[in-house]
Design a protein around this ligand. Structure first.
Ligand code: FRU
Length: 485
């Protein structure tokens, strides 16, 4: 990470006009999303602090306001009543204290006795190098103002490199709170480390690292770890870095999970299966979960629709990144099932005629397969050449998504093909398309392929080559794109 100049560090608060100029340019982009959360300007990456409090969903994201680069990170705030329609609330955390002068990195949130706490990593840069601090801020409901504490909760732990970050707060009992961090030990192995306190806002002490038998040499750093109860299981989610995995090309960016059971006294997470990818597409990372209000056993997941160390076609337009649609999580047969939230049906507008073979800019496709195999091409040209192909081969039982024929390709080093074995065959695809993304839900949540896609004006056709019943709904605009900083 590079050092920030004094000018860069201070420029945010001093120069909203500069952001307004950028915003005018950003709004002209053909690739602005219509129902996905996206940055007003600059770069968005991880979702942070996702939670429900007093009838409102709060969500934050990592934000660099000044362009499509991983610059000095801030937290930007959005709210929603229904997880479908979102409002911009503006800047939540600026990196303006001594302990976060190198950026306000990712974290989580907790509501306790009517107070809303935000936990994040403050990156301090100075003569002593890069030093990560775990920090606390309070969000005042109603005004949406954030008050940062004068001092961080705690500093770095010995035995680990400066890669110690992404606090996830977990309430175990009314007087037992843990914060877990993703970490890299001095031998460069990915770890989860644990701090514990009787209070959510002070007194956290280092307790140790979590032993995950079979996974103690699995990538050199684990980013964005979380542990949550889903359908009665503990699910450990994290992003192991710098390993390649079967079926994921040369990609070194993965976001996955292990199902198991967590012993918080002994700090052992006992897996009952393998590491599984959360998403089989090209652009999904740093998933953040929130428990659903009505049924706490249900969990909603949102991810960054992007990956680290990558460039995107909108970079030249001074913006990059968006978040995925919210998905509902359940465990079935020791795998996570991810379905689009039922509430998203509210986005549906008119039904389009599938015979026209033109994709509305924002739409939902439902494909009911009527053969063993399936071949669907999206974003093709008028003559049905090019585009993204989605093919299921019943002999190999492999579903393949191939983006190599799009005109605008990007991150080619990661490979342009992704696959997933579907032992039970392919019955159904539910596909959400926005101006620059496609999310493919397979067999009601058995697998998801999430990807950015940047179709040119002549790439809005589709072709269903095998026999299937197809329904297409145009979708309404649901993201507020107002200039609020
Ligand atoms: C994951 C990540 C986190 C970090 C944040 C910084 O994408 O690298 O580990 O907190 O992004 O923006």
């Amino acid at each position: 990470m590079r050092e920030w100049t004094e000018e860069e560090k201070n420029r945010f608060l001093e120069s909203p006009d500069q952001i307004r100029e950028l915003y005018k340019k950003v709004r002209r982009s053909d690739f602005r999303q219509t129902y996905h959360i996206q940055p007003v300007t600059g770069l968005l990456n991880d979702p942070n602090g996702f939670l429900h409090a007093n009838g409102e969903w709060h969500l934050f994201y990592q934000w660099y306001p000044y362009g499509a680069e991983h610059g000095l990170k801030h937290w930007y705030h959005v709210v929603s009543k229904d997880l479908v329609n979102w409002n911009n609330c503006g800047l939540a955390i600026a990196p303006d204290k001594w302990y976060d002068n190198g950026g306000a990195f990712s974290g989580s949130a907790l509501v306790m006795d009517g107070k809303l706490y935000l936990y994040y990593t403050g990156i301090h840069t100075g003569d002593d190098g890069v030093v990560p601090y775990t920090c606390l801020a309070e969000l005042f409901q109603g005004s949406y103002r954030v008050h940062k504490k004068d001092e961080p909760l705690f500093g770095p732990q010995e035995g680990y490199t400066h890669n110690q970050r992404d606090p996830k707060i977990i309430k175990l009992a009314s007087d037992r709170y843990v914060i877990i961090l993703g970490a890299q030990n001095d031998a460069h192995q990915g770890r989860v480390i644990v701090y514990e306190s009787r209070r959510p806002d002070r007194g956290f002490k280092f307790k140790g690292e979590i032993n995950v038998p079979g996974f103690m040499d699995f990538g050199d750093m684990w980013e964005c770890p979380s542990i949550q109860k889903i359908s009665g299981y503990d699910v450990l989610m994290f992003c192991p870095q710098h390993i390649t995995l079967k079926y994921r090309g040369q990609s070194q960016n993965h976001n996955g999970y292990i199902i198991g059971s967590m012993d918080w006294d002994e700090l052992v997470f006992t897996p009952v299966g393998q590491f599984h990818e959360l998403d089989f597409g090209f652009d999904a990372y740093a998933a953040e979960c929130a428990a659903r209000k009505r049924s706490w056993s249900e969990t909603t997941l949102i991810s960054w629709m992007g990956i680290p160390d990558a460039t995107y076609p909108t970079d030249g337009e001074e913006w990059s990144g968006c978040l995925t649609l919210p998905r509902n999580l359940r465990v079935r047969n020791r795998r996570l099932i991810q379905e689009p939230l039922a509430e998203l049906a509210a986005l549906r507008d008119d039904e389009a005629d599938p015979l026209l073979e033109i994709l509305p800019k924002a739409c939902e496709l439902n494909v009911y397969n009527q053969e063993e195999d399936l071949e669907l091409h999206l974003f093709t040209k008028y003559d049905h050449s090019g585009g993204i192909s989605i093919c299921y081969d019943s002999k190999t039982k492999i579903l393949t998504v191939d983006r190599s024929e799009m005109t605008l390709t990007f991150n080619n080093d990661d490979g342009n093909v992704r696959t997933r074995k579907l032992d039970g065959g392919l019955d159904h695809l539910r596909i959400f398309i926005d101006s620059s993304s496609v999310e493919i839900f397979v067999n009601n949540g058995d697998a998801v392929f999430t990807s950015r896609v940047f179709p040119l004006d002549n790439e809005h056709y589709f072709q269903m080559k095998t026999r299937a019943e197809v329904h297409i709904w145009k979708l309404k605009n649901a993201v507020c794109d107002d200039f609020i900083v």
